[in-house]
Ligand binder design. Structure first.
Ligand SMILES: [Zn+2]
Length: 125
């Protein structure tokens, strides 16, 4: 892959600001000057993906999250070194429960799968 091709991928992934992207020519020149290694391209693409997810999350929360400045300055200032707010880990799904009754009189909810012991007498439910 040539650096012109890798730039096109970068440009495609780079977020719009106010509905448009500006300074493609300058950004391309900057990219060619940077001449990023495949490792660096990966770091940059990961950063952009992380940034995209943060913006998507904030849009859902109706919080403003400014996209990065134009690509030329972003590249020039090596902004991929910026630390991003970590993405929240997906919450584990709650385990399905079902109502259970024990001969000792206890009743309540137990996990649907697997064996549960009665919290009162310790017998398997
Ligand atoms: Zn019991």
């Amino acid at each position: 892959m040539t650096q012109t091709e890798s730039f096109d991928i970068f440009w495609e992934a780079y977020p719009k600001r106010g509905g448009c992207k500006k300074g493609k020519k300058q950004a391309r020149a900057q990219w060619l000057r940077l001449n990023p290694s495949p490792e660096l391209i990966q770091i940059i693409m990961d950063w952009l993906e992380h940034d995209r997810k943060l913006r998507e999350r904030n849009r859902k929360r109706k919080q403003f999250y400014a996209p990065p400045k134009d690509a030329f300055r972003w590249l020039r200032d090596e902004r991929w070194e910026d630390e991003l707010e970590p993405l929240p880990k997906p919450k584990p799904k709650p385990k399905p429960t079902e109502f259970a009754r024990c001969s000792c009189g206890w009743q309540g909810y137990k996990e649907k799968e697997g064996t549960c012991l009665c919290p009162k007498c310790g017998k398997p439910l």
